[in-house]
Structure formats: structure tokens, C-alpha cells
Design a protein around this ligand. Structure first.
Ligand code: S3P
Length: 456
């Protein structure tokens, strides 16, 4: 007699099974912060002279930024653990010979479009199927106001998507720009364009987003000031035609990557782990606050400052989690962590509701739909709203897995893939993730690390 199986699309060959494997124990560290790694390479390439970077994330996204900078004349090499960047100086980038391949990386794309906008060069950007669907109008609008000419493909959803070509301009015009969307990528694209622009470029930021660009620009010697106006908006002012001085940079571990082992330890009974050297910049650490509010036993140990960024070791123990209402205004400080928060919510007691998450629909995938669909496969009670999910948790029982369930679709999204890998540890019978290769974009070694924790 053959067993009846649910109908599912053919698997890619890159699918993986994740099964319960007991409590997680031990000390671990996660790869370098993705946002800081991109910025470390870009600002080093614009400094005059030799910068050195340790702890750089060697994921595909950051390597795409490195290749693009090399194509524009920066010498970038790696010896042992140290990346050395020989910068060309602000304004010194050269015309690339071929299209810049951005892979899956929205951060590389948006930041580099900004960088090129105020150089006398042109470049064409191409990317994978996920990146090619993402909106680029949000950077094209302000950079066009600065004088760049940008031609982009129009899609059925957005007026401007990849492939696109930027024709930079010199001199660009300084801009006063109020961010219409809470996006550190847009803010950073304008600041990078402002570096080679005469005068002062000003950005009004009504909702605080990650502030690595401001901190690092100052560290490289640029004149950046941040004030708060009467309405509580941040005003970031950058004096252009800056000369950046080379730096030695230590990149801390990425809180967005730490999120996966942290949630895994909270949900799997008996777990007790320490994640060392994790960035806890308040503009990034919203998930840790929310998990604590849900009853998570998560403490920061050995708090310190590394290269201008607050860092700690995270001690995490299995906890009984309770659902909460996650306030919309915390979203920017944990924007990449919602997929794995939804997994924690599925295993909490009671209801977790989220709102204000429109931006999740324009990430590497539509993360609200992908997460709701995958969680329903595991028997989770989820309601999808336009701007968030409402999840009725099961109180920490195992989710409904098993080989007859359809594979979870990742839609080329690393954070969807890793979130469901974590969920798999709390399923009866395990689950299949259809494609784990996207994890390479931000977390090389993810699967090995998860297995190692279970074996410790
Ligand atoms: C990033 C900003 C965020 C985040 C992305 C990295 C950055 O994007 O989702 O993973 O490094 O500036 P948005 O600016 O679109 O919110």
C-alpha cells in the first residue's frame, strides 16, 4: 500500500529537513553584521589610503558590494582574517567595465546607486529574481533631485525596478530631503551621494532607523551632525566634498543573525546558550526587548563598546513565552527579525499581534505572506492583515510537521529559510525547507551552527 502524500511543487535539490534534535547548549558566535560590513567596505573604498576590516561578514550580499567596488577601482584583498581596502578617495571611483551584479542584495544596490549618483560615471545594476522585483523608486526620486539620471525597468508593481542604469553627475546638488519611508537604505544612499556633493546635504528622519551610516561616517572623519527638531524628527546634516581618513574597523556579530539561535534556544525545552559578541545598538535590538516582554529569559552580559557600536554576549535560556501586542513603532529597530519573531509567537501562550509592517511586503520576499503560508502548513492559527500578522500561539507544544506536509517555500529569502529551520526544531516529525541556499547571503555556516548547538 502506498502512503498518501500532500501534493507539492517539485523540490529544487537544495531542500533541507529540520527535525527536533533536543535542547541547544553551548557558546557560539554569529558572522559579522551585514549592515556594518557593507558600510565598512564602501567607506573604506572612499577613504584616501589603506583601511583594515576584521569580522567582515563574508556572505554573498557583502561580497557583491566588494566586487562592485573593485569594478570601480578600489583594491580589496583578504589575508588571514583581515580585509584590506585601498581607498580611491571621495569622487575617485572609476567607470566599471560591465554591469554590477547585485545578486539578492537590496542594501548593496541602494547604497551603491547613491554612491555613484555623485560620481562622473555610469553603471548598470542587475540582480536575481527577488531583487529585480523590489522597488527602487525610493532611492531614484531623491537622487534624481540631486542631479543623477537613472533609467529603470518598470514592473507591473513598481515604476522602477532592476535592471537600472545610473548616470552620475558632478557636481551634484545638495538636498534637503524628508524620508517618506522609514528606510536606512534610503537615508544611507542620500548620505553617500552627499559625500561628493558641494554644500550640506540634509535628511529629515521622522522615524529613527539604524544609524550605522551616521556613526561610521563620523568615524571616518566626515562632518555629520544629528539634531532633533520640535516635532521629534532627527535632522542629519552632512558637509559634502569630505575627505575620509582610512580606519581599522572591527565588525561586531550581527543581531539579525543572532536572532535565529536566540529564538531557537527560547523555544526548545532545556536550552541554555551564550551568543558572544553581538551588536546591541538600540536601533537594531528591538527583537531582544520584545522577546523579554514575552517572558524570554535573555540577558546581556559583558556589555562593551567596539568600534563605536555597543556589543554584548547574549545569555538565553528556554522560556515559556506569552503573546503580546507588538507596538508598530518598534518595527524599524527589528525590521529584519519579524519572520523569526513569528515563529516564537507560534509557540507562545496566547495571541501575538503585530502592525505597522507594510515594509515587510517589499523585502527579499513578501514576508507577511510567506510566513503566514508556511506557519499554516505547520498548523498555526494565523491571520494576515495588510500591515501585520496575528498569531494564536500553541503554548509551546510541537508544531504539526511530518514528511507528508508540503515543503516550506522560501521565495529566495534567507530570513524565511532560517526562520523555518528554527521552527523545524519544534515540529512533530520535522519539516522541509524547499531551498536553504539563500542563507548564504547573510549567514554562511548557519546549518552547521544550528546542528552544533544541538550536539553540544
Ligand atoms: C538595511 C536596512 C534595512 C534592512 C536591510 C539592511 C541597511 O532595509 O531591512 O536588511 O543596511 O541599511 P530598509 O532600509 O529597506 O528598511
Amino acid at each position: 500500500m502506498t502512503r498518501k502524500t500532500a501534493k507539492q511543487p517539485p523540490l529544487t535539490g537544495n531542500h533541507k529537513r529540520f527535525v527536533p534534535s533536543g535542547s541547544l547548549k553551548g557558546k557560539l558566535s554569529v558572522p559579522g553584521d551585514k549592515s556594518i560590513s557593507h558600510r565598512a567596505l564602501i567607506l573604506s573604498a572612499l577613504a584616501v589610503g589603506k583601511s583594515q576590516i576584521t569580522g567582515l561578514l563574508e556572505g554573498e550580499d557583502v561580497l557583491a558590494t566588494a566586487s562592485a567596488l573593485r569594478a570601480m577601482g578600489a583594491r580589496i584583498e583578504k589575508k588571514g582574517d583581515v580585509w584590506t581596502v585601498h581607498g580611491v578617495g571621495v569622487g575617485g571611483l572609476m567607470q566599471p567595465d560591465c554591469a554590477l551584479e547585485m545578486g539578492n542584495s537590496g542594501t548593496s544596490t541602494r547604497l551603491l546607486i547613491g554612491l555613484i549618483a555623485s560620481h562622473a560615471i555610469s553603471a548598470t545594476f542587475v540582480g536575481d529574481a527577488s531583487l529585480s522585483k523590489r522597488p527602487m523608486g525610493r532611492v531614484i526620486d531623491p537622487l534624481s533631485d540631486m542631479g543623477a539620471q537613472i533609467q529603470a525597468r518598470q514592473s507591473s508593481d513598481y515604476k522602477a525596478c532592476l535592471p537600472l542604469t545610473v548616470n552620475g553627475t558632478v557636481p551634484a546638488m545638495p538636498l534637503l530631503y524628508r524620508l517618506p519611508v522609514a528606510s536606512a537604505q534610503v537615508k544611507s544612499a542620500i548620505l553617500l551621494a552627499g559625500l561628493n556633493t558641494p554644500g550640506i546635504t540634509r535628511i529629515v528622519e521622522p522615524v529613527l532607523t539604524r544609524d550605522h551610516s551616521e556613526t561610521m561616517l563620523r568615524g571616518f572623519g566626515a562632518d555629520v551632525t544629528v539634531e532633533t527638531d520640535a516635532d521629534g524628527c532627527r535632522i542629519i546634516s552632512l558637509t559634502g566634498e569630505a575627505e575620509l581618513k582610512p580606519q581599522k574597523i572591527k565588525v561586531p556579530g550581527d543581531p539579525s543573525s543572532a536572532a535565529f539561535p536566540v529564538v531557537a534556544a527560547l523555544i526548545v525545552p532545556g536550552s541554555d546558550i551564550i551568543v558572544e559578541n553581538v551588536g546591541i545598538n538600540p536601533t537594531r535590538a528591538g527583537l531582544f526587548d520584545v522577546l523579554r516582554q514575552m517572558g524570554g529569559d535573555l540577558t546581556f552580559k559583558r556589555k562593551r563598546v567596539v568600534g563605536g557600536e555597543p556589543v554584548a554576549d547574549l545569555h538565553v535560556r528556554h522560556s515559556t513565552l506569552r503573546g503580546i501586542d507588538v507596538p508598530g513603532d518598534i518595527a524599524p529597530s527589528m525590521i529584519d527579525e519579524f519572520p523569526v519573531l513569528f515563529v516564537a509567537a507560534a509557540l507562545a501562550e496566547g495571541t501575538t499581534s503585530t502592525s505597522g509592517l507594510h515594509e515587510l511586503r517589499v523585502k527579499e520576499s513578501d514576508r507577511l505572506t510567506q510566513m503566514a503560508t508556511g506557519l499554516r502548513i505547520l498548523g498555526v492559527d494565523v491571520a494576515e492583515k495588510e500591515d501585520g500578522l496575528i498569531i494564536n500561539g500553541n503554548g509551546g507544544k510541537q508544531l504539526q510537521g511530518g514528511r507528508t506536509k508540503p515543503a516550506i517555500e522560501t521565495a529566495l529569502d534567507h530570513r524565511i529559510a532560517m526562520s523555518f529551520a528554527v521552527a523545524g526544531l519544534m515540529t512533530k516529525g520535522g519539516l522541509t525547507v524547499d531551498d536553504m541556499t539563500p542563507a548564504q547571503t547573510s549567514f554562511p555556516g548557519f546549518e552547521k551552527l544550528l546542528k552544533g548547538l544541538a550536539a553540544a
